[in-house]
Design a protein around this ligand. Structure first.
Ligand SMILES: Cc1cc2nc3c(=O)[nH]c(=O)nc-3n(C[C@H](O)[C@H](O)[C@H](O)COP(=O)(O)O)c2cc1C
Length: 196
């Protein structure tokens, strides 16, 4: 706590950083012909659909029936108005070979061009969102609810398509502000309640 009793932001970041996560790129299309802004934010305003993406680790499963997930997107993020306008997004789960993509989509210094979707090969999925070919799994969602939450918006997404690819590739991890890779993997029997 600081002198005035408020919680120190650096301490909060350090504490939250102890929670290891995977890394995703949240993507959506904007349509520059839509309206004045086209929902395309800072993108070049060439007419037509543009793919846009942002690195996100604030992602969680919420419900299986109905199938719901959530992502938290900072209000200042360039993708924030694009999702608000398109009403849909894909969550692309990155494999350990995709650290460069994570950096690029986070706007970190990168040899890849962010304005050209980080040169990432992708295709439009059945849910109408850009799906990264490199993703080890992806979910396509429509926005079910957008909840204002401090400096972020919680987008609750209804999953309309989901696929796990690249079975052999391990996920990219994030912990205390650094990327991690799984070095050792031990498998153990599942002791939880079995799926029905
Ligand atoms: C590993 C990692 C995880 C991130 N997770 C989130 C997140 O969950 N939500 C968010 O709003 N920004 C997150 N960010 C930050 C954004 O990716 C980054 O600041 C943003 O893309 C840059 O803003 P811009 O899109 O406006 O250029 C994360 C960045 C990294 C490197």
């Amino acid at each position: 706590m600081s002198a005035d009793g408020s919680l120190d932001t650096r301490r909060l970041r350090e504490t939250l950083g102890r929670f290891a996560t995977g890394v995703t790129v949240v993507t959506t299309f904007c349509d520059a012909t839509d309206d004045e802004t086209g929902g395309c934010g800072q993108l070049p305003h060439a007419p037509g659909q543009h793919a846009w993406g942002t690195t996100v680790n604030a992602f969680s499963s919420v419900s299986l029936d109905p199938p719901l997930v959530l992502i938290c997107i900072g209000r200042e993020r360039s993708i924030h108005p694009v999702i608000a306008s398109s009403g849909r997004f894909a969550v692309n789960i990155l494999g350990e070979a995709s650290q460069q993509l994570s950096d690029c989509f986070a706007g970190a210094p990168s040899a890849l061009p962010r304005s050209a979707f980080c040169d990432a090969p992708f295709h439009a999925g059945p849910g109408g969102t850009p799906v990264l070919d490199a993703a080890i799994a992806h979910l396509e969602c429509t926005v079910e609810q957008a909840v204002d939450a401090g400096d972020h918006t919680i987008y609750l997404g209804r999953v309309i398509a989901a696929e796990a690819d690249h079975d052999h590739e391990l996920p990219l991890l994030y912990f205390r502000g650094r990327y991690l890779r799984i070095e050792r993997m031990a498998t153990s029997d599942l002791r939880g309640k079995p799926d029905v």
